[in-house]
Design a protein around this ligand. Structure first.
Ligand code: AMP
Length: 559
């Protein structure tokens, strides 16, 4: 293959393999992440067959991280960040302060030089944003208190990494030349870095805050969807690049700020939706490129060292995260969520490991151990969350609630024979009222806290939560329901709910809402008793109205 098609080859093979193996992983009830990582291992240089371009993959992965952090910023306002600083700052620093020295001592015992051991330890102590965001999004936790704490925690880690990445070359040079770096010189490098970060943040708050949302609003006013999407991308990538180029801040942090400033704009929701498909695609490339860096031989040559590294990542990080959260008197569920979030490492560790290798402070073995630890901890992560879901189910739903949120459920435990309506939006709300007028006993499931509040205010028994979760269905007494109506627009999610419902009670009747023929088919295949195509019903209603309107007669001409 000619060398100038390496990017195309990487994209094609990367996406195709990630898709095939991701699908396989999903069928095996594993996280698709495992499939993406394996796709990378296969496309990497350590396995026979096709070898993708090693220099391109990490760059594509970085684009994934940029778009991801932009998305995080879009969800996250400055106020959210300040709200959680009391947990995020001590938690994040404690995690690094605890795990990094333990990892460092382990590295030192393996014969790494002091600086190399420090890099090794640090790499084991910082979590991957990509992995955490995946887990939070899957569970719709981005807006929940514990999700916000996790995001704030990651932002603090990101800032700490900015410092580490800047300091490392300076420290490596001084150890190269044999002179211990003077305190003054170190302070100078540190001070300089902090100054640049401060300059970046300040310029974003002063200039960015005015310019960025206005630019987006102006482009939205032009009415071109394409230009709007392009504008969103230009803001995300442009600020990320500017941040890295002008202020030496990480790409990811720059993009995070860009998103956060847009957050205050009315258009942030559309901006988020527009950047979603691209973000997901590049996030997949992120995992593929991680797989590519991994040399599976380390598992054969040094299995015990790999296990020890993995144990440090899983146990130390989880332990310290849970402990800090508990010490700050937050609920056990928050503590366990943070523990699950932090018990893995990813992009920052690769960047650190790569830089350490390049600066000749980290031996190849240390680099390989970090990658093996990252790969295995990322694979293990969905299992931790799975365990967490189980814990949550078993340990009383009241642990779900943080004080700011609406209580989980007001449905009595002996409810039965009711009609269950999932979704209290445009369709569900009206349906619920119409049914109540006919004295049908009802229970509502709704995930949006504001709408749950509306439903409760209107006097409906309501469970707050995602109906995909078995615990939520159980709280709504779904297995004892007479009938279930899935009044939500997402047919794929409705299909998943259907499967749970039919598993719990094979004879239950389920009616579903659809927006295309394909969705009707999908829902019927999953066992829905009927699926109503919303747009067709609209056509019927309009036809009735047309027929009820008196025939059109042209006004009589008066001469
Ligand atoms: P609408 O499209 O206006 O009828 O709104 C649909 C409603 O369904 C919204 O209020 C969503 O929050 C809600 N919804 C969608 N999916 C789920 C789900 N899986 N579990 C609970 N509520 C949901």
């Amino acid at each position: 293959m000619p060398h100038n098609t390496s990017l195309i080859a990487l994209l094609c093979i990367g996406f195709v393999m990630a898709f095939v193996l991701g699908l396989l992983a999903q069928r095996l009830k594993l996280s698709p992440l495992v499939g993406y990582l394996l796709a990378g291992v296969i496309a990497g240089p350590f396995t026979p067959g096709f070898v993708a371009d090693q220099t391109l993959a990490p760059q594509l992965a970085e684009v994934g991280v940029i778009l991801l952090m932009f998305g995080v910023g879009l969800h996250f306002s400055l106020r959210d960040l300040l709200d959680v600083k009391g947990v995020a700052i001590p938690g994040s620093l404690a995690q690094i302060g605890f795990t990094a020295p333990i990892g460092g001592v382990f590295g030192y015992l393996l014969g790494m030089p002091v600086l190399g051991a420090a890099v090794f330890g640090l790499a084991l102590s910082v979590a991957s944003t990509v992995v955490v965001m995946r887990a939070l999004e899957d569970r719709r936790l981005l807006d929940a208190q514990r999700g916000r704490i996790a995001i704030g925690w990651l932002v603090v880690q990101d800032l700490a990494m900015v410092l580490a990445l800047v300091l490392l070359p300076a420290l490596a040079n001084s150890s190269d030349t044999g002179h211990a770096l003077g305190v003054a010189a170190l302070a100078k490098t540190l001070g300089w870095t902090l100054l640049k970060v401060a300059a970046f943040v300040l310029s974003m708050l002063v200039v960015g805050r005015r310019v960025i949302p206005r630019a987006l609003e102006y482009v939205a006013g032009l009415g071109s969807r394409e230009l709007f999407t392009l504008c969103v991308l230009a803001i995300a990538l442009g600020v990320a690049f500017g941040a890295a180029y002008l202020f030496d801040v990480s790409f990811a942090l720059g993009a995070f700020f860009a998103g956060m400033l847009l957050n205050e704009s009315e258009l942030s929701h559309q901006a988020a939706n527009d950047s979603l498909p691209l973000r997901d695609a590049f996030a997949v490339l992120f995992f593929v490129s991680v797989g590519m860096l991994f040399n599976p031989m380390i598992l054969v040559d040094h299995p015990l060292l790999v296990l020890a590294t993995l144990a440090i990542i899983l146990l130390c990080n989880a332990l310290v995260a849970a402990t800090v959260v508990r010490l700050l008197r937050l609920p056990m569920l928050t503590a366990l969520t943070l523990a699950a979030c932090m018990a893995q490492i990813g992009e920052f560790s690769f960047i650190l490991a790569g830089l350490g290798l390049w600066q000749k402070v980290l031996p190849q073995q240390g680099h390989d151990l970090i990658l093996a630890g990252a790969l295995l901890s990322i694979i293990a992560n969905p299992f931790l969350f799975h365990w967490l879901d189980g814990w949550q189910r078993r340990n009383a739903p009241e642990t779900l609630d943080t004080p700011a949120e609406v209580p989980l459920s007001n449905v009595p435990e002996d409810t039965s024979g009711h009609t269950l309506v999932v979704g209290f939006g445009r369709v569900g709300r009206d349906l619920a009222r119409l049914l109540r007028d006919r004295s049908v006993p009802l229970v509502v499931i709704e995930s949006d806290p504001d709408r749950v509040q509306q439903a409760r205010d209107s006097g409906f028994l309501t469970v707050r939560g995602n109906a995909v979760l078995p615990a939520v269905l159980a709280a709504a007494r779904a297995e004892a329901a007479h009938l279930v109506v899935l009044a939500m627009p997402q047919a794929l999610e409705a299909g998943a709910i259907l499967e749970h419902l039919k598993a719990a009670n094979p004879t239950i009747s389920v009616l579903a809402r659809a927006h295309s023929e394909a969705e009707v088919k999908h829902l019927l295949e999953r066992g829905a008793d009927a699926a109503v195509l919303a747009e067709r019903e609209l056509a019927y209603s309009l036809r009735d109205m047309v027929m009820a309107t008196p025939p059109y007669r042209p006004p009589r001409q008066t001469a």
